[in-house]
Design a protein around this ligand. Structure first.
Ligand code: HAM
Length: 410
């Protein structure tokens, strides 16, 4: 019989305990912060109807056009693994009684799937943690979402550059598209092949092309800001004022159009210099018309998602506080050892029983998984006294045979 491949599929990863711990630490940290801003959890399926993303993210976007894990299921429906969370959350929200009470602050986390070319910081299955503030047209809320995101990066010890922009309303964008296409047509032959194609399908995306040839041309392209109404510019000003008020450093980048069709007004990206080309760590914006694609009615909203995998590559791991861990090594007293472990766990301490006939080898085993070891034998039980050994520096302490006293001694 041929053995099966043990490697995960390309772009998918196994997280062994050390990596998984960092991943979960990041999720826990974000969760605490977003809950302090009033966000509540929502969980949606990994599998959705393909149409949901075609309509919302857009058929011409790279995500839908090239990267979907899409297939026909056994009942003949076109389905896909979700490539992002915003469309799913909006779908679930509109389908629920939550939509009767506005606004709603929702957060989610979990795997997303995009069939991209894998590289450092870019995977085919990756975790996003996202927040969606649904039912608000207050620019202060755009600012609040950005401040919240920056608090997360500060807490994790990750430095960032924040780019912000406004892409206005649909009508304003339609006008700008014409201006832009007319400018780019004059440079058609000098554009990359991909941008020449995008000129027909999705011209705004040419603005954030990474190709140096395109960048040279778009550096002189007309700015979207010149196609915006005073109302839109005022909204943008209010968002910037909020950021200034809270001392959030940002740079304006009028070429930040984002790759998903549902955005309007504010767009933003927190970037890092430490991950090469995969430099976006938190990205989002306003999406006032997303619900219109689903139910025909606009519902102003703003949100962002963070790439948890990218944060794990950047996170200051020394910030992860180790949990107190004690190994109970016994030679012939299993019941006493298991009981003491249970008592220690009542205080939230990680404790493990180690059974080994050889004291030295038993201590070596303890060193692999714990910071302290306590050896239990007949003497300890008879005298109700224990010795705790610090496995890092070999210091020893005496204590009563009691979980509470053990913890206080350490
Ligand atoms: P996005 O820019 O496509 O936006 O993704 C958000 C973040 O997910 C990125 O900044 C990046 O950190 C991470 N990410 C994306 N693709 C990958 C990948 N292949 N591997 C690893 N990490 C990745 C959205 O998905 C929007 N739904 C964000 C949003 C929420 N807008 C409003 N609300």
């Amino acid at each position: 019989m041929n053995s099966i491949t043990l490697q995960p599929k390309r772009g998918m990863r196994d997280f062994l305990p050390n990596e998984a711990k960092i991943h979960l630490y990041i999720i826990e940290t974000i969760k605490k912060i977003v809950e302090s801003y009033g966000f509540s959890p929502i969980i949606t399926p990994l599998l959705e109807s393909l149409d949901l993303f075609k309509r919302s993210v857009g058929e011409q976007s790279d995500i839908v056009g090239k990267e979907m894990y899409a297939f026909v299921d056994k009942s003949g429906d076109d389905v896909c693994l979700r490539p992002e969370g915003t469309a799913s959350v909006m779908r679930a929200f509109l389908n629920s009684p939550l939509s009767q009470t506005l606004p709603a602050r929702l957060y989610y986390y979990g795997p997303m799937f995009r069939y991209e070319r894998p590289q450092k910081g870019r995977y085919r299955q990756f975790d996003q943690f996202g927040c969606e503030f649904i039912g608000t047209n207050d620019p202060r809320h755009d600012g609040d979402m950005i401040v919240m995101a920056s608090r997360i990066l500060n807490q994790l010890g990750i430095s960032y550059i924040l780019d912000i922009n406004t892409i206005g309303t649909l009508q304003e964008r339609e006008h700008y598209k014409k201006v832009l296409v007319s400018f780019l047509n004059d440079h058609h032959d000098a554009l990359s092949i991909q941008s020449q194609q995008r000129l027909q399908t999705n011209p705004l995306r040419i603005l954030d092309s990474k190709d140096p040839k395109d960048q040279l041309i778009t550096a002189n392209a007309p700015s979207i800001l010149d196609s915006l109404t005073p109302e839109t510019l005022h909204f943008y000003e209010e968002v910037k004022n909020y950021l200034k008020h809270f001392n959030i450093p940002f740079q304006e980048n009028s070429r930040l159009v984002r790759g998903l069709d549902y955005y309007s007004h504010t767009t933003f990206e927190f970037k890092t210099k430490a991950l090469g080309s995969q430099d976006a760590i938190i990205a989002g914006g306003r999406y006032d018309d997303l619900s219109k694609q689903m139910v025909g009615k606009s519902l102003p909203s703003v949100g962002w998602a963070v790439g948890v995998d990218r944060l794990s590559l950047l996170c200051d791991q020394s910030k992860i506080s180790p949990t107190l861990s004690i190994a109970i090594l016994h030679l012939n007293q299993p019941w006493a050892a298991y009981e003491l472990c249970e008592n220690l766990r009542d205080f939230g301490v990680k404790s493990l029983v180690i059974t080994h006939p050889n004291l030295k080898k038993g201590i070596q085993l303890a060193e692999r998984s714990c910071d302290y070891v306590i050896v239990i034998g007949d003497e300890e039980i008879k005298n109700q006294q224990l010795t705790i050994k610090n496995l890092k520096n070999s210091e020893q302490y005496q204590t009563n045979y009691c979980a509470k006293d053990i913890i206080q001694t350490i």
